[in-house]
Design a protein around this ligand. Structure first.
Ligand code: NAD
Ligand SMILES: CC(C)=CCC[C@@H](C)[C@H]1CC[C@H]2C3=C(CC[C@]12C)[C@@]1(C)CC[C@H](O)[C@@H](C(=O)O)[C@@H]1CC3
Length: 345
């Protein structure tokens, strides 16, 4: 009779390990002596000793070899929010997450750490020092958020001590850092097209931007604290830099450091939001004949013009979390990592 090998607790798999956050997570895990296998639809780099498994997470048979002998799985794969493709989000974030849970149970994985998002409670209205007990957004601002909510519920509800399967969700917000494909590149592209002259609203709205290494730190703490008797089982945790900053100060600091002018002229929030909504509706109606992607989507305008910052007190208390890189240092390291995005480069 075959005996079931107990997976080593230093052996883990990272689903989405080729992505921005995933790769930072993989690199830190390897540094800390974990043996890591990466699962993704693409391979974006190589590291000695790292095994890559290429496949779609919606395919359980493709996933199983990557989870073999792993006691811990990080799930940080998702289609990019900018794709705004409802069918894709539902397939990957909802159906695919069901498949991930199923594959974990089949492979004997004991812990699953999901990368969720603080946006699961954001409806486009101010959130100041939001705690984890805020209700999920009743009217999510886009399909990405809508499916992140369902994904988080699936993972947290799957937590089952009897089955020796423990889950936890990390909710980061506004991740930035070297190799980020989203925040700084979109910002610079907007500036290069001369569209970063305006401040939406009065410019005093506070938000969280979180340096990627702090997000990685939060994930690893969650994994290492996930035990049958721990209070973190089946719960979500905000992970932030714990330094809310004015949205427009953060944008200006990054732009100026890269040689671009900071936005100066104010536009009323409600006007820009209304225009963004109109443009988005137009792009939907014209989709069959004309494809265009507005820069200022209703989601981006809402994020740029409202307060949205979150308390990470629960993570401090239950996980012993404390940011390891300050906002100032994070911005410096990020800007230095993008020489090709400097003005004139
Ligand atoms: N970037 C942020 O500001 C932010 C903030 C909060 C939460 N998150 C969450 O963090 C996670 C990582 O985000 P990121 O910014 O690193 O994104 P990313 O796009 O850089 O990485 C996502 C990875 O998932 C992979 N992937 C997508 N669909 C897949 C599929 N069907 N099968 C296998 N792999 C697939 C992609 O190839 C990519 O490598 C996501 O779950 C995202 O929702 C991101
Ligand atoms: C106004 C404008 C065009 C600014 C350019 C920067 C934005 C592209 C950028 C500012 C805030 C960012 C953000 C996300 C995407 C990029 C921004 C809109 C997320 C929506 C990405 C997905 C995450 O889950 C969200 C989160 O909860 O952290 C991000 C929120 C901030």
């Amino acid at each position: 009779m075959a005996t079931r090998v107990r997976p080593s607790n230093k052996r883990c798999a990272v689903i989405g390990g080729s992505g921005f956050l995933g790769r930072h997570l993989v690199e830190t895990l390897v540094d800390r002596g974990y043996s890591v296998s990466v699962f993704d639809i693409r391979q974006s780099y190589e590291l000695p000793g790292l095994t890559f498994h290429l496949g779609d997470l919606c395919d359980e048979q493709a996933l199983l070899p990557a989870l073999k002998n792993a006691s811990l799985v990080f799930h940080c794969a998702s289609p990019a929010p900018a794709s705004d493709d409802r069918e894709l989000f539902e397939r990957v974030n909802i159906q695919g997450t069901r498949t991930v849970i199923q594959a974990c149970l089949e492979a004997g994985v004991q812990k699953l750490v999901l990368t969720s998002s603080a946006s699961v409670v954001f409806e486009g209205k101010d959130i100041k020092n939001g705690q984890e007990d805020l209700p999920y957004a009743g009217k999510p601002i886009d399909y990405y958020t809508e499916t992140k909510i369902e994904q988080e519920k699936l993972v947290l509800q799957a937590c089952d001590r009897e089955k020796d399967f423990l889950t936890v969700a990390i909710r980061p917000h506004g991740i930035f850092g070297p190799r980020d494909p989203q925040l700084v590149p979109i910002l610079v592209d907007t500036a290069r097209r001369g569209k970063m002259k305006f401040i939406i609203g009065d410019g005093t709205n506070l938000v969280d931007f979180t340096f990627v290494e702090n997000v990685v730190h939060g994930h690893i703490l969650a994994a290492e604290n996930l035990r049958p008797n721990s209070p973190i089982c089946g719960k979500p945790y905000h992970i932030t830099n714990d330094e809310p900053v004015r949205f427009w100060d953060f944008m200006s600091e990054v732009l100026v450091a890269l040689g671009y002018a900071a936005p100066r002229f104010h536009l009323p929030y409600i006007l820009v939001y209304g225009l963004a909504l109109l443009l988005w509706l137009l792009s939907m109606i014209l989709r069959p004949v004309l494809s265009f992607k507005p820069t200022f989507t209703p989601m981006r305008v809402a994020l740029a013009g409202t307060h949205h910052y979150y308390s990470c007190d629960r993570a401090k208390q239950d996980l012993g979390y404390k940011p390891v890189v300050s906002l100032k240092e994070g911005i410096q390291r990020t800007v230095q990592s993008y020489p090709h995005l400097r003005k004139g480069a």
